[in-house]
Design a binder for this molecule. Sequence first.
Ligand code: HEC
Length: 120
Amino acid sequence: MLKKAMLIVSLLVLVVSFQNCSDSSESLSFDLSSEVAQKANYQWIFENVFQKKCMDCHSGGTTFAGLDLMSYNSLAAFIVSGEPDQSALYLRSFSTKFFVLTDLERSVIRAWIEDGGKKN
Ligand code: HEC
């Protein structure tokens, strides 16, 4: 009898802890997508990605592929508004041996282009 009661209690504990698990992962993915949405603008990308990781090769005297990241107009030629998968900027925004982009930064660039890729 006592064994049966113990079994029921353990099952209850298991069910409750699984529920907690799925709760916390839901709120985690929600936090991430709202963080991406909040950062998906030109200003944030310019300051946090371009200025920190790209200018050595894409500004001043060195503008590989003709891309000068100090100029939005120059960048615009590498964006297809609303279409990240057709945009050289997104297609190039994976880590290479020259720079590292985080998943968050890639998601922000993608969301910004989906939203039009405007100078906002
Ligand atoms: C160490 C130098 C270097 C750094 C740093 C660098 N790039 Fe480049 N990038 C190049 C070179 C060289 C090319 C042209 C040759 C090529 O396409 O590989 C290029 C080309 C590009 C192109 C055009 C690709 C195309 O298909 O037309 C884009 C867009 C680009 N880079 C984006 C970036 C972004 C965004 C960063 C920063 C996150 C960055 N690059 C950092 C060297 C660099």
